[in-house]
Design a protein around this ligand. Structure first.
Ligand code: ZN
Length: 477
């Protein structure tokens, strides 16, 4: 029963959560930054087990650049942030301690311009910097960090399951609902107010926040289950919209042109979240013919992505030619050109394209990973390794997997086991991570340094697995 209640609290996370009064402790003293970071990373690993996270470096790089641009103007610039997209059609976003902010693909696609997306991120960033969630969790319970991380992740995964959500709502209703609503409003209003200031300071249009909320409200009738999740978890009353509008009016008006990177990332996300690429390509081609679009290059880019995925290669190049001619040089187009060459069995040409692109965009994560993957296929792991080691993609499991394969091809077997363990660990599969370290332990001829490194990681992972299992057991009771 208790864990169900927690599901509710956090599934409505952070906004419909049971908010407790500030007991006089300063917010930042509730959880230490190190604890918050551990909680967030644990959460991220657990979440990967339950939901489909879109690990696309183009979308990710864009979203993180946007989020960090806003977070730089928070009153806590030291707070670290990581933004990611969950592959879910529903309209929602959430934040957890440690600065992890998730945006559902449905919400991203529902925004019409960068300012609207920025306003959602600013609101979530404010929940983090104001320690709304950490404060609630810490004050309410004395759960261990791995337990909390598991519960938060289960709550978010549970949003997909209406039965879980229903049971959760029932459980909360039994509690002191009036108090929850009051404190929820306080947090929502604070997140709006603090978020809006950040939005304005970082050069975005604060008016986008009430505009986006109103548009969500207006589209209610299109949702069978009533309100879009974002409104349920971040309840928007008419009063709150009015307040946000009044507040926004106090900022000077801005005329902002739309960001092409927003349009391209949105096009990529549209492509990724649609399973029937042939159908999507047809719809987009029709939209192009009828000139029904906000940004022509985004439509053409999405068409090219669809055609590459469905192996209709002859249709890709004309779109690419148009993009290169009418737009500036971009990582997205360089990557597409190289992938087209690789798909058409021209690896040498593809390698040259990547190598050239990386001269223009050194250390670009998307180009580097794609290049490394192709080098690996061409038995050139030694060239790929230093490029990969220059990247810092800790939260990105695929990076660790690729590094492991590269290390294996070069014959760095111990390192390869470590990287593969990191791949499993970062994707929430701690038992499989431990298995990799156990295999490394069996290797013959380990030197002292290698042996002690293996023992240390073995010990850490065993400990972690133990805590995770204990947390699961507690959660079942
Ligand atoms: Zn909120």
């Amino acid at each position: 029963m208790k864990s169900i209640a927690w599901l509710a609290l956090l599934c409505c996370l952070p906004c419909a959560a049971l908010e407790l009064p500030d007991m006089g402790a300063s917010a930042s003293s509730v959880l230490s930054p190190a604890d918050e970071k551990r909680l967030g990373e644990g959460f991220m690993r657990q979440l990967r087990n339950g939901v489909d996270i879109i690990d696309d470096l183009e979308v990710n790089s864009y979203l993180n650049a946007l989020g960090h641009q806003i977070a730089a103007y928070s009153d806590n610039p030291e707070q670290r942030f990581y933004f990611f997209v969950v592959n879910e059609n529903s309209i929602n976003a959430f934040a957890v301690p440690g600065g992890f902010v998730g945006v559902h693909s449905g919400l991203f696609l529902h925004t019409q311009n960068e300012n609207e997306l920025a306003s959602v991120l600013a609101h979530e960033i404010a929940h983090v910097t104001q320690h709304h969630i950490a404060r609630t969790m810490e004050a309410s319970n004395n759960f261990s960090l791995p337990t909390m991380a598991a519960i938060v992740a289960a709550a978010i995964a549970g949003m997909k399951n209406p039965q879980v959500a229903e049971a959760a709502i029932a459980a909360v209703t039994a509690g002191n609902i009036q108090m929850q609503i009051n404190f929820t409003r306080a947090h929502e209003e604070e997140a709006d107010r603090v978020g809006m200031k950040m939005l304005a300071d970082s050069g975005f249009d604060p008016r986008s926040m009430p505009i986006f909320f109103e548009r969500l409200q207006a589209s209610n009738r299109f949702y069978e289950g009533g309100l879009p999740e974002f409104l349920r978890t971040h309840p928007v009353t008419s009063n709150r919209v009015a307040e946000a509008r009044d507040r926004a009016e106090q900022y000077p008006k801005k005329l902002l042109s739309d960001s092409p990177l927003y349009q391209l990332a949105r096009a990529k996300l549209l492509f990724l979240s649609e399973s029937d690429k042939t159908k999507l390509a047809k719809n987009l081609q029709r939209a192009l013919q009828e000139a029904r679009y906000r940004d022509e290059r985004a439509v053409r880019y999405a068409i090219a992505l669809c055609l590459l995925a469905t192996r209709e290669y002859s249709g890709v190049q004309p779109q690419l030619d148009w993009l290169v001619k009418h737009d500036t040089d971009r990582v997205a187009y360089r990557s597409l050109q190289a992938r087209l060459a690789a798909a058409q069995n021209q690896p040498t040409q593809a390698l040259q394209l990547y190598s050239k692109a990386l001269q223009s965009y050194p250390n670009d994560p998307q180009l580097t990973l794609e290049y490394a993957e192709l080098l690996l296929q061409q038995n050139r792991a030694a060239t790929a390794k230093p490029l990969l080691l220059d990247l810092h993609l800790r939260n990105y499991p695929e990076y660790h997997r690729l590094l492991a394969l590269v290390q294996r091809q070069i014959g760095e077997i111990v390192d390869s086991y470590f990287s593969m363990a990191e791949y499993y660990y970062s994707s929430g599969r701690t038992a499989l991570a431990l298995e990799q370290i156990k295999q490394a332990r069996q290797l013959k001829g380990l030197d002292f340094y290698q042996a002690s490194r293996i023992e240390a990681r073995h010990h850490e992972l065993q400990q972690e697995l133990h805590e995770e299992n204990a947390a699961k057991k507690r959660d079942q009771h």
